[in-house]
Design a protein around this ligand. Structure first.
Ligand SMILES: [Zn+2]
Length: 285
């Protein structure tokens, strides 16, 4: 017999034939009497082509949700592990538990992400799934700036050495470095987009506000300096949050981490999170 294509183990008079290489050429072997080799019977085997069942051709997943795909190897008699091929890890995340794959949405995208699930060692025998990651409906407000490049005028009486000046600069930089394609310039010169920090002392608990004109051509951010007096992290978080509204982001309560979730800001979050970056990228796609 051809040992590169099947293996046969013997236990008494029981023979276990294991498939090794997929082949369309049949493999023959003979089982015969030890006492008289001329008394035997021939068996012809074919190692069947492996396939995968249970993989949907296409799926949609929410950017803060996940889907499970449970696949199996065909024919069913094969007790074979499955593997997942390469995919765009900036857009989805796949974890494997046995033959169940959990696909989690990361960045909303109109260009679908494709991956393949195949029997381990047989990448050509798999099934392909195409996933589209949809934005979350509650991620957006109904207005924002038409462009991600904006010059914001710092108004009011803050001197350049005032701690708030550097907090505002830090907040702008954290957006600029977030990967969201944002470019915020802070200036003292005239702009239709302004930020002001002042002791507003709003009585309804408001810490900051952001107003964007319906045409998106002007905006006003206001930050109350009387809140979080000893906590720069929270102050910066509030500014980053209000700047997020410029780019269409809504207050949210996503289970993922988000600078647009005020609960996260209170906990000390002060930079745009992947959820936020993903939705800005999708809005300005
Ligand atoms: Zn808000």
């Amino acid at each position: 017999m051809l040992k590169s294509k099947i293996s046969i183990a013997q236990n008494g008079n029981k023979f276990t034939v294991k498939g090794l290489a997929l082949t369309s050429a049949p493999i023959s072997f003979r089982i015969y009497s030890e006492a008289n080799p001329s008394i035997g019977t021939t068996c012809t085997l074919m190692v069947s082509t492996l396939g995968v069942a249970g993989v949907p051709a296409s799926k949609t997943v929410s950017v803060d949700g996940s889907i499970n795909i449970t696949a199996s190897v065909t024919p069913g008699s094969f007790n074979q592990e499955l593997s997942v091929g390469s995919y765009d890890k900036s857009k989805i995340n796949i974890t494997q538990n046995g033959n169940t794959f959990t696909v989690k949405g990361l960045a909303p995208t109109i260009s679908p992400v494709t991956f393949k699930i195949y029997p381990k060692g047989y990448p050509n025998n798999g099934s392909t799934c195409t996933v589209t990651v949809s934005p979350n409906s509650y991620a957006y407000v109904n207005r924002g700036l038409p462009s991600r490049t904006v010059t914001i005028q710092r108004i009011g009486s803050i001197a350049p050495w005032d701690p708030w000046a550097s907090l505002i600069a830090d907040a702008a930089n954290s957006w600029n470095n977030s990967g969201a394609g944002v470019n915020i310039t802070i200036t003292n010169s005239y702009s239709l987009h302004t930020i002001n920090v002042d002791s507003y002392g709003w009585t309804d608990g408001t810490v900051g506000t952001c107003y964007v004109a319906p045409d998106g051509k002007s905006s006003i951010i206001e930050i109350d300096t009387t809140r979080f007096p000893d906590n720069d992290e929270r102050k910066r978080g509030v500014i980053v949050h209000e700047m997020g509204h410029l780019f269409w982001l809504a207050n949210n309560a996503t289970p993922q981490s988000s600078i647009m979730n005020y609960g996260d800001v209170i906990k000390g979050l002060s930079t745009p999170q992947p959820f936020d970056v993903a939705h800005v990228l999708y809005k300005y796609r």
